[in-house]
Structure formats: C-alpha cells, structure tokens
Write a protein that binds this ligand. Structure first.
Ligand SMILES: [Zn+2]
Length: 372
C-alpha cells in the first residue's frame, strides 16, 4: 500500500507472519496482528449490533478490503515481473501490504510503471464495485439489496481512497516513486531521489501542522512520511557515493596471497596472522583462484597433504580499478565471495572486500528493495 521502501535482506518479520498460499508464483503471508485485528473488530461489531449477520457483513467487507490491498501489491509485483524483477513475497499487515521485490527497476520508465500499477488496480476495483453497487441498488430485492449497496459502497469508496492516498507524491507512498521516476527522466537518479525526499519532508511537515490541530492520525502519518523520506534520501546518498567512487579508492594493497602449490597446511597456519575471509591464489603474477577461509580451516580436520590448488575456487570474478563500487558492491553481496581481486592488465593490483566498502560508507550498506 505504502510506496516501495528498501528493507534488510533477511525477513525479520517472518516469525510473526503465517503463510497464506502462493498466487502467480508469489508466496503470500499474513501478519499475526492482522488476524488479531479481524477477530477483535468482528467481536466488537457483534457486541455493538447484536446481529451475527451485521458482524459477518462488516468482517466480510474488511476481508474484501484487504483482498483489494493484496491485489494492489500484486499490481506492483506483476508489473515488476514484466521487467524481469521477481518478488520474494507479499505480506499483509493491518496498515497495508508490502511486496518485497528483488531489486528496483533501473530505468525511470519501468519504475514509473511498477509504482503506478498498484494504485491503478484500486482505480479499476473502485469502478467495478461502483457498477456492483448500481446492480444491487436497481436489481437486487430487499433486504439483500441494502446489504449489497452498503458493502459495495464501502469497497468502492475505500478503493478510491487507496488510489488517492497512494498517489500522494511523497515517500513512502507510491506517488513518491512516481515523482522520483518523472524527475529521474530529466536528471541523475540520485538527485531525483533527494528532491523527491525533500518534497516528502515538506509534505510531512504540512501534515504535522494540520494534524496538531486535532487529528492524531495525521500526526502519525506525518512522522511515518518524514522518516521514510529521510531514509530514502540517506540511501540515495549512499548509492551516489558508491556510483562515484572507483574501486581504486576502496581497495587495499595490504593482503596475503598464496601460490597454488603452497601446502594447505601452510595456509592454515598463516591464516591466524592474516585473517581474511578469502585469499587470492597467484601464479606468475596472475590470479588463478580464490581460497576461502573456511576451506583452509578444513585442513585441521583432515590433516591431508592437500595443496592450495586442490581446494581453491578457480571460477571467480575480477574487477578493475576504474570500475564503480556500485556494481562491485552488488556482486559482493549477491555472489559467492565477499572479496574480489582487482586486476590491471591481468596483473593483481589490489583486493576489494565487502568490509572495506562498508567501512567507506560508515559501517552501513543499502539493503534490498521493497514495494509497498
Ligand atoms: Zn503500492
């Protein structure tokens, strides 16, 4: 529901959400608090009206509303799929839904389409429920006609509100992404994000002022929008820094390398003095493999006569000093190794690690994206 916001790769909330099936190949999860909310509301309605039918209608309308929120998320997910971006899962929370995309589209036009697809689903649903309302009003006999008008009227209005609310041009609403995508068609995407985030903060401030005159819900939304805008700007700055920094500025020349015919035992004893997650294996000035710390540690158990060449990985990527840290960072995070050799004219000139990039960024790193 809210706009796409990046979150850490690990799903911390998975403990608190239950699997609710897989649709279009995407797993859907229900947050526990969402189910509790439904039970509480159903109970309150039953107490207030004393009518099981009325309570059932209210609950049914709420479930249908969250069905609409779910379809909104599928709008994002299926639009993203058009551009080859997969969705890890969709979670329904009491405040809306969240689709965790594997990555954000790089092209502004694609981001625009992914961000718009969610609210567009609500626009279509509002129209469909309005038609249903008309049918219930004119053609359905009482008392079912009134139930239908009530339910479809509620769902039509709710979808209209979802459409409008999500198009507010501020992070974390989808409208914030739409605005950013529009700006990014004319300028660098980092600058576009910073401008969109500033507009988000101005909007949050406006909402806060209005909210302080008697609407606590607006105050909560204002705080939410403010922090989302700040986080978005922060991540854009990190991305900007990664993009503008060449590998040469972050690599180290101070690292230990082995030779293929070094005994593994030698590496085993050396690794304590030079702890590295991985070591380059060099032969005649050329990198021929990567030796992982955990494979070196394995020597202790087997105590074999194995050589470094026997356990090293010969299939590895290399980078150049002039490459931008942006692509290197992604490869280090997603690839099999947390370090890569830096080559210039096939010669090993440096060693770039995830830790060094993190240190350069001040101990943080941009996490994976999420589409609300
Ligand atoms: Zn959305």
């Amino acid at each position: 529901m809210a706009g796409p916001t990046p979150k850490p790769r690990t799903a911390r909330r998975s403990l608190w959400s239950l699997p609710a099936g897989r649709y279009f190949g995407i797993p859907v999860r229900l947050h526990v608090s969402f189910l509790v909310l439904l039970l509480v509301l159903g109970f309150l309605q039953l107490q207030e009206s004393g009518s099981v039918v009325q309570a059932a209608i209210t609950l049914g309308s709420l479930v249908a509303l969250f069905g609409c929120v779910l379809l909104h998320e599928f709008g994002h997910a299926l639009a993203a799929r058009q551009f080859g971006i997969r969705t890890r899962d969709i979670t329904l929370l009491p405040i809306g839904g969240v689709a965790r995309l594997e990555r954000m589209p790089e092209k502004p036009a694609q981001e625009l389409w992914v961000a718009l697809a969610g609210p567009l689903v609500n626009a279509v649903l509002a129209f469909v429920f309005l038609l249903a309302l008309g049918v219930a009003f004119f053609f359905v006999p009482e008392p079912y006609g009134t139930f239908g008008v009530q339910t479809f009227g509620f769902l039509s209005l709710a979808n209209l509100l979802l459409f409008g609310f999500n198009l507010i041009p501020a992070f974390p609403m989808d409208g914030g992404r739409v605005l950013r995508a529009f700006l990014a068609m004319r300028m660098d995407s980092v600058r576009a994000t910073l401008i969109a985030a500033r507009i988000g903060r101005i909007l949050a401030f406006g909402l806060l002022v209005i909210g302080l005159f008697g609407n606590p819900v607006l105050v909560v939304i204002a705080v939410f929008v403010w922090f989302s805008a700040v986080r978005e700007a922060y991540q854009a700055r990190i991305l900007g820094k990664l993009r503008s920094t060449p590998v040469a500025n972050a690599m180290t020349k101070d690292f230990l390398a082995f030779q293929p015919n070094d005994p593994l035992e030698f590496a085993f004893w050396q690794r304590e003095r030079f702890p590295q997650d991985e070591y380059p294996v060099v032969s005649d000035g050329r990198v021929v493999g990567l030796l992982a710390q955990k494979d070196v540690a394995g020597w202790n158990r087997s105590r074999t006569e194995a050589l470094v060449a026997d356990v090293m990985r010969a299939d590895f990527e290399t980078v150049q000093p002039g490459d931008s840290l942006e692509s290197v960072f992604a490869r280090l995070v997603e690839g099999p190794s947390s370090a890569l050799p830096v080559l210039e004219d096939s010669r090993l000139v440096g060693w770039i690690t995830l830790d060094r990039i993190r240190a350069l960024l001040g101990g943080t790193a941009p996490p994976a994206p999420q589409n609300g």
